[in-house]
Write a protein that binds this ligand. Structure first.
Ligand code: PRP
Ligand code: URA
Length: 213
């Protein structure tokens, strides 16, 4: 029987504040990048809260006691390009994580994803894998990226975005019911070009300044 892992709508006043600034059409590239990084970092505690830990002996300056350490290695997977904007926020709190890269580009006409790059560390099969992409629109890119990760051995996967569309959540939950989705905003729908409404526009272009409004 297929189990659907619970998605999580992460709600926090500071995240809500940053999300609103991010959505503003006149938010400059430098601020946009900062907010994406900050929101990603603020999401880390919720995204990692059910990770397994193991007891470990620790010698303090005064005596020996028992602490805990994360059981699995962590692999962060930004989906290029826009996922790169979230990477630093995650690495700030998870500096020992290794990083896999997946290049995925959505065809503007068909909205189908095209994979153009894949490189992952060998530990991926035993690791907690956190896939990063600010936008979950049709869900095609995230779904294809996660299939590629599974084909390369990944088993414990979670997906983190900033804005999710209901269509994308549905696609992901049926294609990958074992992968929980974490998002601070669930928007209302997609337009005819596959953009999320109200959304924030093209995340990659806004992070990297490739289009000037
Ligand atoms: C955007 C976004 C996601 C994808 C979401 O990337 O960062 O990867 O679209 O759309 P989907 O859920 O309908 O697949 P895009 O293909 O524009 O590439 P970019 O990050 O290089 O701009
Ligand atoms: N990709 C984006 O960057 N924005 C959207 O709204 C949809 C897909």
């Amino acid at each position: 029987m297929l189990m659907t892992t619970m998605n999580q709508h992460i709600q926090h006043p500071v995240i809500d504040d940053r999300m609103t600034r991010l959505r503003q059409r006149d938010c400059p590239t430098s601020e946009f990048r900062t907010y994406v990084r900050e929101i990603a970092q603020l999401m880390v505690p919720a995204v990692t809260e059910n990770m397994f830990t193991l007891p470990v002996e620790v010698e303090t300056p005064l005596e020996i006691t028992t602490g805990r350490k994360l059981e699995r290695e962590i692999v962060l997977v930004p989906i290029l390009r826009a996922g790169l904007g979230m990477l630093e926020g995650f690495l700030n709190l998870l500096p020992d994580a290794s990083v896999a890269h997946i290049g995925m580009e959505r065809d503007e006409e068909t909205l189908q994803p095209r994979s153009y790059y894949f490189k992952a560390p060998t530990v991926i099969g035993d690791a907690d894998v956190i896939v990063l992409d600010p936008m979950l629109a049709t869900g095609g890119s995230a779904s294809a990226a996660i299939s590629e990760l599974k084909n390369n051995g990944a088993k414990h996967i979670r997906f983190v975005c900033l804005v999710a569309a209901p269509e994308g959540v549905q696609t992901m939950n049926s294609a990958h019911p074992d992968v929980p989705i974490y998002y601070p905003a669930l928007d209302s729908r997609l337009n005819e070009q596959g953009y999320i409404l109200p959304g924030l526009g093209d995340a990659g272009d806004r992070i990297f300044g490739t289009v000037h409004p």
